[in-house]
Unconditional design. Sequence first.
Length: 642
Amino acid sequence: MGLNLTQKIIKEHLISGSMESQSDIEIAIDSTLTQDSTGTMVYLQLEALDIDKIKTKCSVAYVDHNMLQTGFENADDHLYIKTVAGKYGIHFSRPGNGICHQVHLERFAKPGWTLLGSDSHTPTAGGIGSLAIGAGGLDVAVAMSNATYSMVMPKVYNIVLKGKLNPPATAKDIILYILGKLSVKGGVGKVFEYSGEGVKTLSIPERATITNMGAELGATTSIFPSDERTLEFLKLQGREKDFVELKADDDAVYDESITIDLSKIVPMAACPHSPDNVKPISELEGTKITQVAIGSCTNSSYRDLTIAARILKGKKVHPDVSLVISPGSKQVLTKLSMSGALKDLIDCGARILECGCGPCIGMGQAPETNGVSLRTFNRNFEGRCGTKSAKVYLVSPETAAVSAIYGKITNPTILGEDVFKDIEEFSYVNDNMILTPEENPSKEVIKGPNIKPFPLNTPPGDIISKKVVLKVQDNITTDHIMPSGASLLPYRSNVPYLSNFCFSPIDPDFAKKCKENDGGFIVAGENYGQGSSREHAALAPLYLGIKAVFAKSFARIHKANLINSGIFPLIFKNPSDYDEINVFDEIEIKDIAGQLKNGNTIIAADKTLGKDIELVLDVTEREKEILLCGGYINYMKSRRGK
Ligand code: SF4
């Protein structure tokens, strides 16, 4: 039986586990990427892992998210990332060089390589044939330290493309069509693998638009074969030596499959407030708009911005519209200036932003109250643009550009055929904003006052004797545990400061109680830790000395974050014990390692109540070891014998 492309790459990188779908596997990681928003924590974790140099073949640290320097915090983060990158042998892409996914596709991604990135749109590199996966920061730090990653063997979903797009339909419309069909939950646990004769009609930037927004399907990743179009792209980048041909075997087997006829795709939009709320543009025509934003890691290639410039050439942006352009990379911006397309964009009245994420995460250019924004981006969740009342539509550059002229959602089918004539690509490469480890050999890691060391736990020891410092109800979210928001965001690399706000929506004295009692235990109801995957919701309690949470049940991702932090997630064997335990009860757990040798039950003595409480540790053997080491970083260090 033949293998599909995903299986081939995994097989080549398999370290342990079976290729059966849903089994636990460990694979070799060739490369990693980080962006600054998640990167500071990743590099604090890397430092805590206590290694000399990274073990991956190539790792890159980008600064593209938080580039506004309205205070010292972001600038300090950038300097920290630059110096830590130099110390460990990581490439550093300077602020202004571009968005991590666009630059990575141009300069680093290789067909057949594995890539792990601390950003959910890492699968963009699947457009060039990499197996590119977005992961938590700690996973990326560990991958840099030992070049491996543990995951579940995914199911592989085959999307067969036939025919050819008819302009003005674009690659963006293909992925919007798929999102409308399969929904934002349609890809969980799956890799979307593209095949069929329609593949060769798509360029690498077009394929990358599709794999980028595969993240919106909830997929593990998406991947295209590597073919003559891949070679063409790599030649333009001066990287033809990185080319290898890759495709599925003719008799490859897939878990699921659909066929899409590209000739039937029409211009579409994802309507507020979800990327799968998709409608054809023909049903939305005439909707008044106040902002158009072209760019982001989804649609800011040279081709995307050149077609926008062609449409806008000699025209004027509508008086009620603000048009902003965020080029994906310095390479793209330079090429636009060389071809003259930049002049056309400036002439029509566009506001040119620096190469970075910018408006995509509300870092500037938030629309006005009740504004309607048409964006070529990948997400339109309520409030993400920085204005809660704004309505964001996701569209192609063609639809965005023509709508900017008319001040309302406009179908690009009204444009004459000439606009869609082939765009001639040319080669221009200048990597002077990428510092190689050799050019940036920092010995000293510079940490401004806002950057504090990663908090490390310790193994549990013979007796854990602490008080219950908090008792909460069912359905506590990670937002309750560690609130986010604009005022706390600049402190993502300062866990000691953030911890002062831990549980503040429920008990503003929580941090004080922990400090007065030298840590403690938390008692909770059902579904503890639901909501966002925020790692800080485990790190802040770790910093405050929380040793275990006793709950009726846990949300999956938060439970994993607690384990990584060395905090025991313990489930009441008798849920009625929850009712009896009170805040400030003295609890003693003896010889937790010894108790776990005989199974997964732990006896905790409630000295205040004078009774034993039975708790269950529902984890894998590996997770048990992580907990007994005092967290994932200590576990990794013990495996290396450090
Ligand atoms: Fe994330 Fe937007 Fe930046 Fe892409 S452009 S990496 S989606 S913030």
